[in-house]
Write a new protein. Structure first.
Length: 291
């Protein structure tokens, strides 16, 4: 069963009055890419978060956002007294220079930038990994659920288009088998129109038809096309990530469809080959979301 690269997962973990919320979002990407945003006090844990994500996700662009909370509103206030003292000295000097009377209001001082800061009460990095890993595990489980659900939809879509292509190939094979006989009739009629009193050389006619049949023979291309379709169907049953293999097989299918359309020398076959290419392009759009 294939897995989509698109999904979302969210989970929380709490202990000792601290709480962490992890949100994971993933979208399709040619390779694997991980972006992690942590609270400042947990930033040393970023490499471990990325390592855990890499172990569970083989392909896609994943964004992990971790937010912290604690009891009540989840924040504790801290006053930077050194910064407040600098502000106070500068304000007094400014009042004196401008000749402004009165003192400096405490409320005004506390409202100045970075005098008061708030941070969530979380454990120290060494102790925070247990809480963070628990939240990550829950978010990853939910992310994988959504990716698998979408993978079911993608697989159904891809299998349906694969069946349509198989039916189209059967029509091309039936048409290709009758092509030499139709060419014989066309050639006989053409020669007869050009030289009514001349006798046809059966051996020469047979040779010409044999050369034509060899030139427009698409048997090998059809065999390879069916083989690639079988490999594609088999890949959809694999438990491991197969997105890159599907991309490769679709390239090969498109190559064979191009050759079939150009080599067959038949308008009907050419139109059927165009239909194959349309299905392949739609499959390529879907396969770009497969992990």
């Amino acid at each position: 069963m294939i897995t989509s690269m698109t999904g979302y997962g969210r989970a929380e973990a709490a202990a000792g009055g601290a709480k962490l919320v992890v949100e994971l979002r993933s979208v399709n990407h040619r390779y694997s890419e991980f972006s992690v945003r942590l609270p400042q006090e947990l930033s040393p844990l970023e490499p471990r978060v990325k390592q855990l994500l890499q172990q569970r996700i083989a392909r896609g662009s994943v964004t992990a956002v971790v937010s912290a909370g604690g009891r009540d509103d989840g924040r504790s206030a801290a006053i930077d007294t050194a910064r407040a003292a600098q502000y106070l000295a500068q304000l007094r000097a400014l009042k004196k220079e401008l000749g402004i009377k009165g003192g400096v209001d405490l409320r005004t001082l506390l409202a100045l930038p970075e005098v008061v800061s708030y941070r969530a009460e979380t454990a120290a990095p060494d102790d925070g990994w247990e809480l963070l890993s628990a939240a990550l595990a829950g978010a990853l489980a939910r992310l994988e659920q959504t990716r698998k659900r979408e993978g079911v939809v993608l697989e159904r879509e891809l299998r349906g288009r694969l069946q349509r292509m198989t039916r189209t190939v059967a029509r091309i094979e039936a048409r290709a088998r009758t092509r030499p006989a139709r060419y014989r009739r066309q050639l006989q009629a053409r020669v007869k129109d050009i030289a009514e009193n001349c006798k046809l050389d059966p051996a020469r006619l047979a040779q010409e038809i044999a050369l034509f049949a060899d030139r427009v023979d698409i048997t090998e291309e059809l065999v390879r096309f069916r083989s690639h379709c079988a490999a594609f169907a088999a890949a959809l049953r694999q438990p491991r990530p197969v997105g890159r293999r599907l991309d490769f097989l679709l390239q090969e299918l498109n190559r064979e469809a191009n050759t079939i359309g150009s080599k067959a020398n038949d308008a009907a076959v050419a139109q059927l080959a165009v239909g194959l290419k349309e299905q392949i392009e739609k499959m390529r759009e879907q396969a770009q979301n497969v992990e």
